[in-house]
Design a protein around this ligand. Structure first.
Ligand SMILES: *[C@@H]1O[C@H](CO)[C@@H](O)[C@H](O)[C@H]1NC(C)=O
Ligand SMILES: *[C@@H]1O[C@H](CO)[C@@H](O)[C@H](O)[C@H]1NC(C)=O
Ligand SMILES: *[C@@H]1O[C@H](CO)[C@@H](O)[C@H](O)[C@H]1NC(C)=O
Ligand SMILES: *[C@@H]1O[C@H](CO)[C@@H](O)[C@H](O)[C@H]1NC(C)=O
Ligand SMILES: *[C@@H]1O[C@H](CO)[C@@H](O)[C@H](O)[C@H]1NC(C)=O
Ligand SMILES: *[C@@H]1O[C@H](CO)[C@@H](O)[C@H](O)[C@H]1NC(C)=O
Ligand SMILES: *[C@@H]1O[C@H](CO)[C@@H](O)[C@H](O)[C@H]1NC(C)=O
Length: 676
């Protein structure tokens, strides 16, 4: 009841947030560091509500043209499901499969802020569906991170960058205090989040274990694993120069071995089942330093006890030419739109990791796609920030699950990124603007619900509709019983002629088994006006609004369709063009919180005045641009371009324009009711 009154207060305050005000925002304020996230190439003036906004990529309203309607699409097909399981079914997938990756340099400073509350709501929504959530804190900035007692510039900072000493790859050295871990632990006291962290691996003679020791001591079993070596395949490349030319998988493997033996005298409480290794960013098409070449060193079996997780990192494309003006041809987003509306492309990418998955399953280790998103170097306008991004991210995540991955972490950029799952408002607009929830966030909810909460879901790609690239489908089994089916229709066709009807049949028909169809099934839908739409996304009838409209809680009445089934012919589920349907085949698959939508996960209200005056820690999504988001980049020359380096200075100048990511933990505990 107290929660209800808090919500009413929030509603009362909302109009004030929309007060007309013109804000001028520096173009591309986030340009430090690696080629991951940098200055957007376009500056656009957009109108959101009463506020005229000049600014950053995260709010760029540019839309692409939707593809033409397909011709000859088969719109009626059966989806036969077998009782007992199916060929090529995945291993059981952890429910917190789809998580987030955030650059270490973002846990930036303490300052009063309201913004922590939307963050907590957004992660709580996911955790409520998945049981828990996994977040990686790390990236290139971890390589030279250094624990200090306090940060000299004061103001309670827990992370600071030494911008005077930006070294190769434009990643500034990071200083942090142990409060970083206390902060993470405090977050986990509120929302069940488990963490990956990265330790510095730039210098391994000797390895600095300070971060490892503190992370283990403070986070305990909330620490999933420690990453050693981020993108070692790029260590010897121009622009990074962490290692001499010739640095090879065996060298990396030897260094892991050396680190593991050094760890014995480090004081780390947990010596076994702790290291995350691999983290290669290139495709298997790089024969010199591919994931397969790393596994071929025998690394995993040699250190089977000590290794916890095997990882890879990958983006399907990059926007680096535009971001860094490298002279390379700039990719026109319209020209690659089709590759994000094709299961054939997603499946082909996943297949590049088939051997890695085989090694992982054989060794009994989880394989995690540790950093990914639509495209490195900020993503593509009109794709990463449009509905196509949501459908693609679900396809990518489900394809990885079907391919025996055990996790996929979608990367966050700063204000200059198109692909953020969510973006806090630019710093000094926090009093009247709210958060922007992007398409990939909706995907996270969909995948969490598809996999459920019990870590038992097994996913199989059904190669549905004659393996049509526009209409992929997956079945989700638990203990041999089909529980859910996920259907995507990538087509663009406002006429309605490309609506597909998938007849889901359990047993019967071609299966040779007795038919075992349910009487009815429930269906949740992910929708938008078109695949290129930039707003009006809904998941099961609920939305987080358009740019600057979210406090992290879904709005709207939950909508779940019921489809009656035929005992022999199964359940005919329609999926309109440009949408996705999650079909719940059994009552127990449809958990209680699904019936009430996300209301039950709404935890923290932005209306709490108290939070505004508390000393809250914030994570700086702008600074997060330091280094990330470039996994598929083979030629790194542009990473060290003068433009990106001078950008670091510019970014410093606008340092206060920070999105806050979180967390007035103490205040929240006192002031805000939690959901139980
Ligand atoms: C199982 O996977 C293999 C290898 O990817 C593939 O060739 C085969 O067609 C799949 N079988 C089924 C029934 O999907
Ligand atoms: C995933 O691993 C299981 C268990 O080893 C295996 O049966 C299945 O074929 C694998 N799936 C793929 C796509 O490789
Ligand atoms: C500390 O915060 C104060 C007040 O916000 C600000 O004026 C000052 O510049 C900050 N100091 C540093 C070193 O950032
Ligand atoms: C973590 O929470 C404790 C207890 O509420 C509080 O005293 C401490 O300041 C918090 N630390 C950080 C870094 O948030
Ligand atoms: C890689 O390892 C080999 C064999 O130990 C060694 O000779 C070589 O110097 C190493 N190269 C680099 C770049 O570390
Ligand atoms: C926001 O910050 C910018 C740059 O520091 C400044 O010019 C502007 O006046 C500020 N706007 C508000 C509303 O405080
Ligand atoms: C699922 O796995 C997560 C992460 O290991 C764990 O925290 C959770 O308790 C598990 N859930 C169930 C129902 O076993």
């Amino acid at each position: 009841m107290a929660r209800a009154s808090v919500r009413l207060l929030a509603l009362a305050l909302l109009p004030a947030l929309a007060a007309a005000q013109t804000v001028y925002y520096p173009k591309g304020q986030v340009i430090m560091g690696g080629q991951g996230n940098s200055q957007p190439t376009t500056t656009t003036t957009a109108t959101t509500g009463a506020v005229t906004f000049t600014g950053a990529a995260a709010y760029n309203p540019t839309t692409l043209s939707a593809p033409a309607a397909p011709t000859g699409l088969t719109t009626q097909f059966t989806v036969p499901l077998f009782q007992g399981g199916m060929t090529n079914m995945s291993i059981p997938i952890p429910s917190n499969f789809m998580g987030f990756s955030i650059e270490m340099s973002v846990f930036n400073q303490y300052r009063p802020s309201l913004l922590n509350i939307p963050f907590l709501n957004l992660v709580a929504n996911v955790a409520a569906r998945a049981g828990s959530m996994q977040i990686r804190v790390g990236g290139n900035s971890q390589e030279t991170a250094e624990l200090v007692g306090s940060i000299a510039n004061g103001n309670g900072s827990i992370i600071s960058k030494d911008l005077q000493n930006v070294f190769n790859h434009n990643t500034p050295p990071i200083m942090y205090t142990a409060d970083l871990f206390y902060l993470m632990n405090n977050i986990s006291n509120l929302v069940p989040i488990a963490w990956y962290m990265g330790i510095p691996f730039f210098n391994v003679t000797p390895v600095d274990f300070n971060l490892a020791v503190h992370a283990e001591q403070i986070l305990g079993n909330r620490l999933i694993a420690l990453q050693s070596g981020n993108e070692p395949d790029l260590y010897a490349q121009g622009g990074r120069n962490h290692r001499p030319v010739g640095y090879a998988p065996q060298n990396y493997s030897d260094e892991i071995g050396s680190m593991i033996s050094q760890a014995q005298s480090s004081g780390m409480p947990r010596q076994n089942d702790i290291w995350l290794v691999g983290s290669v960013s290139t495709a298997n098409t790089d024969p010199l330093f591919s994931p397969d070449a790393v596994w071929a060193t025998g690394l995993v079996n040699t250190y089977l006890q000590q290794i916890h997780t095997m990882s890879v990192e990958r983006y399907p494309n990059n926007n680096c030419a535009a971001v860094f003006n490298t002279g390379a041809p700039i990719v026109d987003p319209q020209s690659v739109l089709g590759s994000y509306l094709s299961h054939a492309a997603t499946y082909a990418l996943q297949q590049q990791y088939a051997a890695s998955a085989g090694v992982a399953v054989g060794a009994g280790k989880p394989l995690v796609m540790f950093e990914t998103n639509t495209a490195s170097c900020n993503g593509f306008v009109g794709i990463s920030d449009a509905f196509v991004g949501a459908l693609w991210a679900v396809d990518w995540a489900m394809s990885l699950a079907a391919g025996n991955f055990s996790g996929v972490l979608f990367h966050f950029g700063g204000q200059s990124s198109f692909y953020n799952p969510f973006t806090p408002p630019p710093g000094n607009q926090t009093k009247f603007r709210q958060w922007t929830v992007g398409p990939v966030y909706y995907s996270t909810l969909v995948v969490a619900e598809a996999l459920g909460k019990n870590n038992q879901s097994q996913v199989v790609d059904l190669f549905a509709n004659g393996n049509n690239a526009l209409t992929p489908a997956w079945a989700i089994y638990e203990a041999g019983t089909p529980k859910k089916v996920l259907l995507i229709n990538y087509a663009s066709d406002p006429s309605g002629a490309s609506t597909i009807t998938a007849s889901i049949q359990i047993g019967g028909g071609s299966t040779g088994q007795a038919a075992a169809n349910p009487g009815s099934v429930r269906v949740k839908r992910l929708t938008a006006p078109s695949v290129v739409a930039k707003g009006a996304f809904t998941w099961a009838g609920q939305t987080f609004g358009n740019a600057f409209e979210s406090d992290g809680r879904p709005a709207g009445t939950p909508q779940v369709d019921t489809v009656q089934c035929d005992p022999n012919n199964g359940c005919a589920v329609q999926v309109p063009a440009g949408s996705l349907a999650l079909v719940f085949l059994t009552n127990d698959a449809f958990a209680p919180e699904d019936a009430t939508g996300s209301a039950s996960a709404a935890t923290f209200s932005t209306s709490t005045h108290a939070a505004q005056t508390l000393n809250t820690a914030t994570i700086d999504l702008a600074v997060l641009a330091t280094s990330n988001g470039h996994g598929n980049v083979n030629n790194l020359q542009y990473a060290t371009s003068p433009g990106s380096r001078s950008g670091a200075v510019a970014a410093r100048a606008v340092g206060p324009m920070l999105g806050a990511f979180v967390i007035g933990v103490a205040g929240l505990v006192l002031g805000i009711r939690r959901w139980m």
